[in-house]
Ligand binder design. Structure first.
Ligand SMILES: NC(=O)c1ccc[n+]([C@@H]2O[C@H](COP(=O)([O-])OP(=O)(O)OC[C@H]3O[C@@H](n4cnc5c(N)ncnc54)[C@H](O)[C@@H]3O)[C@@H](O)[C@H]2O)c1
Length: 256
């Protein structure tokens, strides 16, 4: 029970339906409740999110779903209110919602750029901004931002995605420094290539699959649970002296 007594809000958590491919947020929701947390699953995908929360409750755990577009300030105020009014406080926020953003610099439109910056940079900023006062009230907290190895290194594609994930990585360190004295820790997770609802179509298609495998020293694409395990660590008190850190979980991809 590594998260006993904690209340967590996880964005991008809609894909947590049993026997279906899960995303990091969905997988983390299940792991968090099994470790003793109460969880608010948040997403724009209402049907899948509700189904995930219902299944978690059917298994005897405490979870609710709230519709949240992470780019919308009012939605954030509502989602934090739901967490506090339902479970009494907020200890953990996982800013995990995201979307793919392919394209070279010349292929990327201004709309593509703004869309990526909105979901990965503004979304993380807004979530952090509205979580901080509640965490301060709770005596501290842990904010976990899902960046990417694409927030650390470049690639031949995904221009706006790289820029936005890089923004989330540095925003994390800025917030970590600002709120360390409030006992609020802020860290980023940097997954490598992992099969999820967001990536499955592309990752299973040649020549993309061979290109990916050629870049992963461990020789395999990752599993969502392997990322969620890292989130459990950062959410728990086991990481009590960890803030502003980057947890890379990538099968060695960025070690070379
Ligand atoms: N899968 C990978 O290989 C990989 C690697 C590195 C980083 N990531 C990042 O991990 C995070 C989770 O992705 P995943 O691969 O688990 O995918 P996933 O299939 O769980 O998809 C992400 C979720 O975010 C939700 N979402 C998108 N825009 C939103 C918005 N504006 N407001 C609220 N929710 C929104 C989607 O509905 C979806 O449920 C994303 O930030 C992604 O960029 C993924």
């Amino acid at each position: 029970m590594r998260l006993e007594g904690k209340v967590a809000l996880i964005t991008g958590a809609a894909h947590g339906v049993k026997d279906e491919l899960m995303g990091f947020g969905g997988s983390a929701a299940w792991m968090f409740v099994k470790e003793g947390a109460k969880v608010v699953l948040a997403d724009i995908a209402v049907e899948a999110g509700e189904r995930s929360a219902v299944q978690i409750r059917e298994d005897g755990f405490e979870a609710v779903f709230v519709k949240l577009d992470v780019t919308n300030e009012k939605d954030w105020q509502n989602a934090i209110d739901v967490a506090v009014s339902t479970f009494g406080k907020l200890d953990v926020l996982v800013n995990n919602a995201g979307s793919a953003g392919p394209g070279t610099v010349e292929e990327t439109t201004v709309d593509d750029w703004d869309g990526q910056m909105d979901v990965h940079a503004k979304g993380v900023f807004l979530g952090t901004k509205y979580a901080i006062p509640e965490m301060r009230r709770a005596g501290g907290g842990s904010i976990i931002n899902t960046s990417s190895i694409y927030g650390i290194v470049g690639s031949p594609d995904s221009t706006a995605y790289h820029a936005a994930k890089g923004a989330s990585r540095l925003f994390t360190k800025s917030a970590a420094v600002q709120y360390a004295a409030d006992n609020i820790r802020v860290n980023s997770v940097h997954p490598g290539f992992v099969t999820t609802p967001m990536t499955v179509a592309g990752f299973n298609t040649e020549p993309r699959r061979s290109w990916l495998l050629g870049r992963i020293p461990m020789g395999r694409i990752g599993d969502p649970d392997e990322i969620a395990h890292g989130m459990v660590y950062l959410a728990s008190d086991e990481s009590s002296y960890v803030t502003g850190a980057e947890l890379v979980i990538d099968g060695g991809t960025t070690a070379q």
